[in-house]
Design a protein around this ligand. Structure first.
Ligand code: NAP
Ligand code: HSE
Length: 431
């Protein structure tokens, strides 16, 4: 092959994803030639510890010196799969300034600096692709930027974290404990280096910030996203959900309402018949609704070595083709609106509320009156067994303002009627 058709790349990171990218680039070598007329040679692999043995990656390509990559004029593409904000942000910035194309899987970075980096890439006419940053192997970034750009999108809802979906699936279907399920998710390469970001909903929140920015052409950063994780869920919550024909999922939502953007992540009770209820294990799924396109759903593996590597390599092949055809620099996705963010208190939800209440006559009337006085309507009330000398009461509310619900809860917690608030989980609401 003509030497100018061999494009040299550097891989930043050789962990779960990086080792998959390196392996896949070898497996796809012939196919890349057929597809693009060129080939990709991973010339350098940046790691922290070059003495560590890396399966399938020759020691001579390893380096711990970024400058060796930056200053190598042969290297035209930088594939960043090391994660974190710094030094990844500096390296990507320097790569763009040096005219190198960039592919990244780094949602932490892109959630907060995606727009800044996209603008920089546009100014310098280079590619910045990041399909793997949201929902692993599922194509969602490019559809939002291109195929669905005429859809008039108004709502995105989905399961965008593989670790928590895996944990909730194991807890629901096998009665597995939370800690054991998290350990297995980590062994399988789904969890982040610090799994706090998975289980507290931060990882999903970052992905929702990226999706919302692209879908609504308005910059959303991680701090704009309301997040609640799965760490407060108990085996009882899982049990009660199934008793009521629901399953608990960690759901991300981003919708436009009254000209404001509502972006949030929290556990949600989903009815068993809803398509998201059957998204199990490390699978992710993203529903999008557009005024023009109506509903569309994307589903696939949201995490793990090869699924994520497939999305990274898909971007790398696009960039390879762009380099060969001198067509780099069109990224799309730059926000041109600034929609206000709706505070969580102004959004509406239904709630599943599990209380231990005094067995004295009039307790239920008392609770109903506090809820009613705060505009919280009740859809369903079920009195369960007696626990610790108090009755267990399960209430499912109508669709109510979060602020009204919180006001009602603050009053209820101060009454002698409510002995304990055992669980509060939002419930899926047909829009
Ligand atoms: P990982 O297993 O922890 O690997 C990180 C790699 O980056 C390691 O090889 C590490 O080197 C290297 N590295 C980290 N900091 C470095 C630094 N300052 N200088 C040089 N090398 C450094 O992480 P991962 O799971 O592969 O994830 C990588 C990225 O992909 C993250 O942004 C993550 O959020 C994203 N992502 C992951 C998945 C997934 O399923 N795992 C899915 C989608 C996106 P050493 O090996 O020497 O420590
Ligand atoms: N830790 C992430 C997850 C990796 O579990 O979804 C994929 O982004």
């Amino acid at each position: 092959m003509d030497n100018k058709n061999v494009i040299r790349a550097a891989l930043l990171g050789a962990g779960t994803v990086g080792s998959g990218v390196y392996a896949l680039s070898g497996m796809l070598a012939d196919e890349m030639v057929q597809k693009t007329g060129g080939s990709l040679e991973i010339k350098k692999v940046l790691v922290r510890d070059i003495s560590k043995k890396r399966d399938g990656i020759p020691a001579e390509v390893l380096t711990d010196n970024w400058k060796e990559i930056l200053e190598d004029e042969e290297i035209q593409l930088v594939i960043e799969v090391m994660g974190g904000i710094e030094p990844a942000k500096t390296y990507i910035t320097e790569a763009i300034l040096a005219g190198k194309q960039v592919v990244s899987a780094n949602k932490d970075l892109l959630a907060d600096y995606g727009q800044e980096l996209l603008r920089l890439a546009e100014d310098h006419g280079v590619d910045l692709q990041f399909e793997a940053a949201v929902a692993g192997a599922i194509p969602i970034i490019r559809p939002l930027k291109q195929s669905m750009s005429a859809s008039m999108l108004t709502e995105i809802m989905g399961i965008v974290n593989g670790t928590t979906n895996y944990i909730l699936t194991k807890m629901t279907e096998e009665g597995m404990g939370y800690k054991e399920a998290l350990k297995k998710a980590t062994e399988l390469g789904y969890a982040e280096a610090d799994p706090t970001s998975d289980v507290e909903g931060y990882d999903a929140g970052r992905k929702m910030a990226i999706l919302a920015s692209l879908a609504y052409n308005s910059e959303v950063v991680f701090s704009d996203v309301y997040t609640e994780g799965i760490t407060n869920l108990t085996a009882e919550d899982v049990y009660y959900a199934s008793e009521f024909d629901y399953v608990i999922k960690l759901i991300g939502m981003a919708r436009i309402d009254d000209g404001k953007l509502e972006v949030k992540v929290h556990p949600l009770l989903i009815p068993n018949h809803h398509p998201l209820a059957s998204v199990r294990d490390s699978f992710n799924a993203v529903f999008v609704h557009g005024e023009a396109s109506d509903d569309a759903m994307f589903m696939g593996r949201g995490a793990g070595k090869m699924p994520t590597a497939s999305a990274v390599m898909g971007d790398a092949i696009t960039v390879l083709r762009n380099i060969l055809h001198d067509n780099c620099g069109w990224n799309g996705g730059i926000a041109y609106k600034k929609l206000p963010i709706k505070p969580i208190g102004e959004t509406k939800s239904r709630f599943f509320l599990r209380l231990l209440v005094s067995e004295k006559p009039g307790s239920l009337a008392n609770i109903a009156s506090v809820l009613g006085n705060n505009d919280v309507s009740i859809d369903q009330v079920v009195s369960k067994h007696t626990v610790k000398g108090a009755s267990e009461l399960v209430i499912i509310t109508g669709s109510v303002l979060e602020q009204d619900f919180n006001n009602a809860m603050a009053i209820l917690k101060g009454t002698s009627v409510v002995k304990e608030v055992c669980g509060v989980i939002r419930v899926y609401c047909e829009s």
